[in-house]
Ligand binder design. Sequence first.
Ligand code: ZN
Length: 431
Amino acid sequence: MNKAVFNQALLEFLDASPTPFHAVRQMSDILDRSGFQALDEKAVWQLAPGSGYYTVRNGSSIIAWRQPINYKGFSQGLRFTGAHTDSPCLKVKPQPEMLRQGYFQLGVEVYGGVLLNPWFDRDLSLAGRVTVRNTQGQLASHLINFKKPVAIIPSLAIHLDREANSARSINAQTFLPPILGQLSSKADFRALLKQHLADQGVDDLDTVLDYELAFYDCHKAALVGLNQELICSARLDNLLSCFIGLQALLAADAGPGQVLICNDHEEVGSASACGAQGPMLTQWLERILPTEVNRYEVLANSLFVSADNAHGVHPNFAERHDDNHGPILNKGPVIKMNANQRYASNSETSAVFRHLAEQVGVSVQSFVVRSDQGCGSTIGPIIATETGIPTVDVGVPQFAMHSIRETAGSDDAWCLARVLQRFYQTRDLRV
Ligand SMILES: [Zn+2]
């Protein structure tokens, strides 16, 4: 795969993944086509050396891996890449229907740290998971995606809000309910979902019992800039890293044990059954390496690369970064450091990452937050704390993190994928 093909596939992946459920479905489809075998967490697993597998939890978190080519391969440790499948968004409330001035609206709940301003005046669609009961009384879940614009959150005109450019703050309860059209009486949202599912060919439906649905921007992912230097899309944080990790895993030759884990719920703290702070990874490790002593030996020889986007220095707001630690888009992946352990990188794990990047001719940047500002965090410190695996936090630099449309560089994702491919194939990571 070259960079142009990689970026084209990335744009398609972003557009096809409006929710974590869709992202995991996309990744599963790609893994199926690449000869990886799906394993059910409810079943007993039979694993063959050098073969690829994946398992899904809650439809929104996934672990994909290739077994080492022989048992001795385990003694070299496992190569982990981690990312998260979720992005901040607006989710539909359980009883969302509102009819005001003849406008049909849905109540929404803010998921994660949404940058709210950019959600106004966008053509919004709706996607997620719906769980239904059929006429035989059986329950089943379906992914749905309306694909077309079905809603909008109009701004208030500046004439009615003279302070809009200088002092606007957003009330998440009252400002955000999107308008879905004009009706004479309140519609039943579950009945609308049932109709949509029937239109999509799901027959035998009795009742829509529940759903997890989010609004998303219909604007497609695109390459932007005079020389297409930029990638603009929703959910770059952190579907970009999910895609990079997946492509690196698929491109790598079998050798050491290679693992990609993409968890849901990072944007709300990772504490859930399928989040990075939950037991998904440790339970997986117990299945792959049932003996405790053996497991600890393997993990001590392992490395976890936690991939999540970094804040690129914005030319209009350069003072928000430390002068010496402002990552520039298209100047390479970023190693994130924090003395207070908001990132898990240490001098040895970051040195291994630098060493691997040098081997494939990729330059690396450093991010440290300004000393007078608080630092964000990601799954790296959680994984390191839960498992004890040496970890490095890295990521592609981007602008506008948590906006409805984010911007990254069109070289960096490809560069990080090459470093991770090298990482997956490297047998000896010892310092
Ligand atoms: Zn993130």
